[in-house]
Design a binder for this molecule. Structure first.
Ligand code: GLU
Length: 383
């Protein structure tokens, strides 16, 4: 249902309206693999974009990977998979160059970079969390650009994010950012891997992290990258459940943030509240009903009180519909009470009508969900 044209009409957030944004930049963008050095020109373009955001009043926090990638060559650590102690060593060396690269490009735009190295404890332990948050708030109020990485040198295997996608989401949550942008080598989420499947469709807006969406995550790509779509979807869950919108956008071109502000292609994951509202709007206006169910007064009251529609309150079912179709819910006098997406098809719904949830197994021959329409998939008629 995520790729329905009706749902795509839901308007996406826009970076140009962000108040406080976390921008996560992966190693492949920051580090030139041939030179094993920062991609200075590209970084300078990003710094310009950040300066433009700051000039419009947007607070910006950068989460930058690249420490390990910067140092691994000079240390002769070129195997695709490094041991933890080797990663710790590479990070200790590379982080100096990484921070220097950011300080240089931001400095040229008149901005002051501030380095923060965090471990999961800093975002999860209450006291340390408050401490890290206070430091970030002060840096932002002083007009600095915090540049954050994981403290890989002291992180152990058990207490390690291991990927900066989730670290960035935790940071966004910690400082109540309204947007998190993951700059990546791909312009968003696809229904399948677009490198191998020509039928893969790009999803511009994701209103809910359903199982169907989770399954689009796939395994991490080969090579040095530690993320992949799976960790991006984990980041999306952390961010959206904290009320922060998240975008996955192509970062490879010069000035990737300016490109995004000018409407560049990306996938937006809506914050949970917005996602729910958007989904409800889509149920209310975006679909044609294919059947209706008549319910009794007790069920109507339960719906008005925010409950789900249970089969026990259903008096009759008309039309031929499949699971997931939109059906109208009517009173016994024929008035529309609500509309929603049905969990059962019309034949099952007819059999279940009037039965209590306890009887469902004997009626259906299998134990199904107790509701006919779940309250998250139901919109009451206004007025
Ligand atoms: N923190 C690691 C680094 O700076 C990278 C983790 C990631 O690739 O997400 O090298």
């Amino acid at each position: 249902m995520t790729d329905s044209s009706a749902e795509q009409k839901i308007s996406a957030p826009s970076l140009s309206r962000a108040k406080r944004v976390v921008i996560k930049i992966g190693s492949a963008l920051v580090v030139d693999p041939d030179l094993a050095a920062p991609r200075a020109e590209w970084l300078a373009g990003v710094a310009d974009d950040i300066a433009a955001l700051r000039a419009r009043g947007t607070e910006v926090v950068v989460v930058s990977s690249g420490a390990i990638a910067l140092a691994r060559h000079s240390l002769g650590l070129t195997r695709p998979r490094l041991r933890l102690d080797e990663k710790q060593a590479a990070a200790a060396v590379g982080q100096i160059g990484l921070a220097q690269a950011w300080a240089t490009v931001l400095g040229r735009c008149g901005l002051t970079a501030a380095q923060l190295l965090l471990t999961p404890d800093d975002t999860e332990d209450r006291k340390r969390y408050l401490n890290a948050r206070a430091a970030l708030e002060t840096l932002l109020s002083l007009g600095c650009i915090p540049v954050i990485n994981e403290n890989d040198t002291i992180a152990t295997a058990e207490i390690r994010f291991g990927d900066n996608d989730r670290l960035a989401a935790r940071v966004a949550q910690m400082i109540s950012a309204d947007q998190l942008i993951l700059l990546s080598d791909i312009d968003g989420l696809y229904t399948a891997d677009p490198r191998t499947n020509p039928d893969a469709e790009h999803l511009p807006i994701i209103t809910a992290l359903t199982q169907e969406i989770e399954e689009m995550g796939g395994a991490p790509p080969p090579g040095y990258s530690s993320g992949g779509m799976r960790t991006k979807l984990q980041a999306a869950r952390i961010a959206t459940e904290s009320g922060c919108a998240m975008a996955i956008a192509q970062g490879g071109q010069p000035h990737p943030l300016a490109a995004l502000m000018q409407g560049g292609r990306c996938s937006w994951f809506l914050p949970v509240e917005d996602g729910r509202t958007a989904r409800k709007r889509w149920i209310a206006h975006g679909l044609a009903p294919v059947g209706h169910v008549v319910i009794d007064a007790g069920a109507a009251k339960a719906l008005a009180d925010g409950g789900s529609l249970l089969p026990a309150g259903v008096k009759s079912v008309s039309g031929g519909f499949s699971r997931g179709d939109l059906v109208l819910v009517q009173s016994e006098t024929g008035e529309e009470i609500a509309r929603g997406l049905t969990i059962y098809n019309s034949e099952e719904a007819r059999r279940l009508a009037g039965h209590r949830s306890d009887d469902m197994e004997s009626v259906l021959g299998w134990q199904g969900r107790p509701e006919l329409i779940h309250r998250d998939d139901l919109v009451l008629k206004q007025g």
